[in-house]
Design a protein around this ligand. Structure first.
Ligand SMILES: [Zn+2]
Length: 471
């Protein structure tokens, strides 16, 4: 089964001089922002963010350079100190780290951990542009948008954010379907902010920037730079921070209302960017993911993947909880790969790979939630299979049977396919069951045809061992 891959082209901007700012004097009015209701405590935000940040640090290469670190900390501290008192939470701890990744991106986790891609700093024209993105991210954290968004829906989970963070493995068939409108996705709450929250973060970001001594209009400039990258493909940052409409005009309008006493240009930013551009080029998200798949050796290597030997499923089991409503028990030698926008995959080492510019999984299971349309399991399943067939044109059904998924009635369809990775025949079984909110949980199990006997029992145990506890 194959998945879409997100790769983006980074436009490296030519070096231009940071613009010197004049004092923008204006009436001291600003848009009043009110944080949404939130059923979580600030301590919950901290806990969620801390756990996710630990995983980011484990999976993503960080730039460890004294001068770079010192600079990013000083910009970050200046912004964090400029958060208006009503949005300061004493529990929060804003931290700032640079990820050695070339795509222009940045993200902040609940409670304060922020990660900036090296590509973003290299593409910025000035410290104020970097501060612009940071001010926007800090605003999402201060307004507690992640958990506020989760408050509006019923479920949320943070693990899947890492697929997005890792970047290379976006969506997959499962994720693509979830992205079409389910409010139930695993982890989607932190992956994409609502337009309303985007405009809040733009406005509060502008206010924070002004208080910290940066021209808020530089935030709008940086967004344009981000938007311009990607050559037709939507940059990662833009898909998690959708344009609420008239974004640049709204930021500039707010900026005109704010009093800015801009700091002078210290030259620090140019020095930091100089250090970064002198390092060996930052790897792409795809290279990082590939490298991780290779056990961390040989950065950017592109060894043929089909030769990887995959261990058969072990007889001992391991249980994961990929979402509030789901427990999954899989062979102990499979690990969880969060596949971006929504899908969660459990695969043995070597069973989840990058090939021909696409990501694919050859061994293991993938879970996702599809939006229920007809309320009829059989009809919704047929629709789902048609969607899979679009990205897997060789898929051929071998028939469906009634099945049990975690004690609920479901359907399992076995399909024959040709693996994109090995070019060899594989068998795919797709199992579905309805959730109480009308959506459909699905499980895709894949193994090469010649190894299928080793996997059939394991797949059956995964289906039976599921615990679905949606209400
Ligand atoms: Zn945003």
């Amino acid at each position: 089964m194959t998945s879409r891959t997100c790769s983006s082209v980074v436009s490296r901007l030519t070096l231009t001089l940071a613009c010197t700012l004049a004092v923008v004097a204006g009436p001291s009015v600003q848009t009043r922002i009110v944080a949404d209701k939130n059923k979580y405590t600030p301590a919950d935000d901290v806990k969620l963010g801390r756990e996710a940040a630990a995983q980011v640090r484990k999976e993503m290469p960080l730039v460890r350079d004294g001068a770079v670190d010192e600079w990013v900390q000083s910009v970050g501290r200046r912004l964090a100190n400029a958060i208006p008192p009503e949005f300061q939470h004493k529990e929060f701890n804003y931290t700032f780290e640079v990820v050695n990744q070339k795509e222009i991106n940045a993200f902040a986790l609940p409670g304060g951990p922020m990660f900036l891609n090296r590509g973003m700093i290299e593409a910025a024209k000035s410290e104020a542009e970097v501060a612009g993105v940071m001010g926007h991210e800090i605003s999402h954290v201060a307004l507690r948008h992640g958990t506020a968004q989760a408050t509006k829906g019923q479920k949320f989970q943070l693990g899947a954010i890492l697929g997005q963070v890792a970047g290379a493995v976006v969506g997959g068939t499962a994720g693509a379907i979830i992205a079409q409108g389910s409010q139930f996705g695993l982890g989607t709450y932190f992956l994409k902010y609502s337009r309303e929250y985007e405009s809040q973060a733009d406005l509060l970001g502008a206010q924070i920037l002004a208080r910290a001594g940066y021209d808020p209009r530089q935030m709008a400039n940086m967004f344009k730079t981000i938007e311009a990258q990607g050559g037709g493909r939507q940059p990662e940052w833009m898909s998690s921070h959708p344009n609420p409409g008239n974004r640049y005009e709204a930021i500039n309008r707010e900026a005109a209302m704010l009093r800015v006493e801009a700091r002078g240009d210290t030259g620090e930013f140019q020095a930091v960017r100089g250090r970064l551009t002198a390092m060996s080029p930052a790897p792409s998200a795809e290279e990082i993911a590939k490298n991780r798949g290779n056990g961390g050796s040989g950065a950017g290597g592109s060894a043929p993947r089909a030769a990887v030997r995959v261990e058969p499923p072990s007889t001992t089991q391991r249980t994961y909880k990929p979402g509030d409503f789901l427990r999954v028990t899989v062979p102990a030698n499979w690990s969880q790969v969060n596949s971006g926008e929504g899908g969660v995959t459990y695969a043995p080492e070597g069973g989840y790979v990058e090939a021909n510019g696409r990501s694919a999984f050859t061994h293991g299971v993938q879970f996702g939630v599809a939006q229920g349309v007809s309320g009829n399991l059989q009809r919704d399943t047929e629709q789902l299979l048609q969607n899979f067939a679009r990205s897997n044109p060789n898929l051929r059904s071998r028939g469906s049977r009634r099945d049990s998924l975690g004690g609920r009635s479901g359907l399992t369809t076995v399909l024959a396919n040709t693996s994109d990775v090995s070019g060899r025949p594989e068998l795919v079984s797709v199992s579905t069951t309805q959730l109480r909110n009308g959506n459909m949980l699905f499980l895709i199990a894949v193994a090469p045809e010649e190894e299928y006997d080793n996997y059939e029992g394991a797949f059956q145990r995964v289906r039976q061992g599921l615990q679905i506890t949606d209400r």
